[in-house]
Each structure stands twice: as structure tokens, then as C-alpha cells.
Design a protein around this ligand. Structure first.
Ligand code: FES
Length: 135
């Protein structure tokens, strides 16, 4: 005899659906979502700012300058030596040098690798970033 044939039909077919709905509502109500961050009570600590071409941008400890710029919706922050084409982060690993910026007056810093320090002054870089040398 087939086991399924001998069983009584489920007396309350909506029971599982209601149980799932209750489980969902107790855990994911609006504004009360349980996330890994909320479970441990963590959050970004010691936020600071940096200046990018005169704009104050929020930064968090450990963020790269490229991450800060992306977070602000800035995708290009230098131009190429020939043609002046816009560039931003490409590889994100320090290999391509597309993300060069001037940080605190030092040109050719890779934004994807340099951590955003409190009060850093970052500026777009045109060409080699060494216009004063006439290179
Ligand atoms: S994005 Fe390629 S070196 Fe920074």
C-alpha cells in the first residue's frame, strides 16, 4: 500500500503558509531587519572626511580613496596624458594605474590602494600630475 494513500489530508493546508508568514514578520519587519551587523551591534566607527577637489566627502577607517570617491558617485578622477580621457578605478588591485590621484600634494598615488586618512586633500590629476616639472 502506498503510504500517501493512507494519510488523512492536512486539516489546515494554510498552516505552513501562516507559520512562514509569522516567521518572516517577526524577523524582517520594516526597519527591524536582522543583519549580521545588527546581530553583533556593530557599525562604522570614527567616521572622518577628506576633501576632494574642494568637496568634503565622508570616509570610514580602512576605506581606500577610490572607495570614498565611488561612494560619493565619483567615477572618474584623472585624465590621460594624451587626449585627456577620463579615468577612474579599473582593476582595483594596484595593477593598472588608472586610478592615479594627487594626495596631499603627492601626485601618482593609486586611489585603490591608498587608505583615506582624516583630513586628506585629494585632487584630480591631469596627465602625469607633474605639470610644474614640464614633463
Ligand atoms: S584601479 Fe588599477 S591601479 Fe588602481
Amino acid at each position: 500500500m502506498n503510504g500517501a494513500q493512507g494519510r488523512d489530508p492536512d486539516p489546515d493546508p494554510d498552516r505552513d503558509r501562516d507559520r512562514d508568514r509569522t516567521w518572516f514578520l517577526t524577523r524582517f519587519r520594516r526597519g527591524r531587519a536582522r543583519t549580521p551587523r545588527s546581530l553583533v551591534g556593530g557599525g562604522p566607527a570614527d567616521r572622518h572626511t577628506l576633501a576632494f577637489d574642494g568637496r568634503e566627502l565622508p570616509a570610514q577607517p580602512g576605506q581606500s580613496i577610490a572607495a570614498v570617491l565611488w561612494n560619493a558617485g565619483i567615477l572618474a578622477w584623472r585624465t590621460t596624458r594624451e587626449g585627456g580621457a577620463p579615468r577612474g578605478a579599473f582593476c582595483g588591485t594596484g595593477s593598472c594605474h588608472d586610478c592615479l590621484v594627487t594626495v596631499n600634494g603627492r601626485p601618482n598615488q593609486r586611489a585603490c590602494l591608498v587608505p583615506a586618512g582624516p583630513g586628506d586633500t585629494v585632487t584630480t590629476q591631469e596627465g602625469t600630475g607633474r605639470a610644474e616639472l614640464g614633463v
